[in-house]
Design a binder for this molecule. Sequence first.
Ligand SMILES: NC(=O)c1ccc[n+]([C@@H]2O[C@H](COP(=O)([O-])OP(=O)(O)OC[C@H]3O[C@@H](n4cnc5c(N)ncnc54)[C@H](OP(=O)(O)O)[C@@H]3O)[C@@H](O)[C@H]2O)c1
Length: 317
Amino acid sequence: MNSTAREDVVAVLGYGNQGAAHALNLRDSGRHVIVGAREGRGAEARAKAALFEVFTPAEAAARAGVIAMLVPDEAVPQAWPAVGEAMGAGTCVVFAHGFNLLYGALPIRPDADVVLVAPTGPGRVLRQVYERGEGLPAYLAVHQDGSGTAWKRAEDYAEWLGCARARLWRTTVREETEVDLFGEQAVLCGGMNELVTAAWETLTAAGYSPEIAYLECVHQLKFLADLLHERGVPGLRQGISGTALYGDVSRGARVIGPASRAAMTAMLEEIRSGSFARELAAEVAAGRPTIQRELARAAAHPMEGARRRALGLEKLA
Ligand SMILES: NC(=O)c1ccc[n+]([C@@H]2O[C@H](COP(=O)([O-])OP(=O)(O)OC[C@H]3O[C@@H](n4cnc5c(N)ncnc54)[C@H](OP(=O)(O)O)[C@@H]3O)[C@@H](O)[C@H]2O)c1
C-alpha cells in the first residue's frame, strides 16, 4: 500500500454483487480502495484479478477511514466482531442495507459514523450505469453520528459511487429495511415467483402445452415489467390491446383479492415486529434447511424443463 493517509482509504469488505461494483466505481472516482476478503475464497481471487490490494477483513478495516460492509446480511453478525474491534477512531462504516443495523445490535465504537448508502439496484447495474456516466438513485440514512458530519460522509460516498448523478433519497434505517423486505417478499421475489408458478400449474393442469404456458405466463413478464418500469401502470395500460386491458381491469383484483391483501398485512407485521428477522436467523443457524429444500424443489419442478424447451435450450420431448 502506498502512503495514503488512513482517513483517505476506503476498505470494501466483501467482493460480491455489491462489493465488486462499489470497489470499481470508487476507484474510478479517484478513491484509494482496498478490499477485505477471506483468504483462499473466490472473492479474494476476483479482487486480486481486478488489481486491488486484498487483506483479511480485519486488516483492511484497520487500514481505512471508510469501511463498506458488503458481506451478505446473514454473514454480518459473524463477520462484524473482528471488523468492529480492528477499526480505528472516527471511521465511517457504510452499509448497503439496513437489516443488521435495525435487527443486529452490532457493537460499534461510539466515535464512528454509521451510515446507509443503498443503491436501488443490483451491483451489475450499479456498475453499468456508472460506466455510462450516469448513476443509480440511492437511499441515504444515518444510524450513528459520531463525528457530527455523518450525513456529509454518506453523501460523499454516494457521490463516489455515482449515485449523486441521480437522486439521493434521505430516509431512515427502519424505513429502508422494512420497505425493502416487504417489496422483495410481496412483489419482486416471493409474490412474482409464486404468481408465475401458480399460473403455469393452472394452465398445464388444464391440459395446455407446458412450453406455451411458460412463454405466456413467465417469459413475457419481462416485456410488461419493462413497460411498467418506463411508464407506470397507466402508461402500461396504454401499451396493451383492448382485450388485455379489459382482462386486466376486470380480473386482476380477483388474483390479488382480500386473502392476498390480508397476507401482505400479516407479512408486513412480521417484518415490523422483528419476527421475520428472528426466523431468518434461526434458518441460517440450522444450516438453511428451508432455503435448500425450496431451491431443490424449484430446480426439479417441471416448469424448469418447459423453460428450457420453450427457449430452445434443449430438444422438445
Ligand atoms: N444483491 C443486491 O442486489 C443488493 C442490492 C442492494 C443492497 N445489497 C446489500 O449489499 C450487501 C452485500 O450483499 P451482496 O448481494 O453483494 O452479497 P454477495 O454477492 O452474496 O457477496 C458478498 C461477498 O462476501 C463474501 N463473504 C461471505 N461471507 C463472508 C464473511 N463471513 N466474511 C467476509 N466475507 C464474506 C463472499 O466472498 P467469499 O465467500 O469468496 O469470501 C462474497 O463475495 C448486503 O447488505 C445486501 O443487502 C444487495
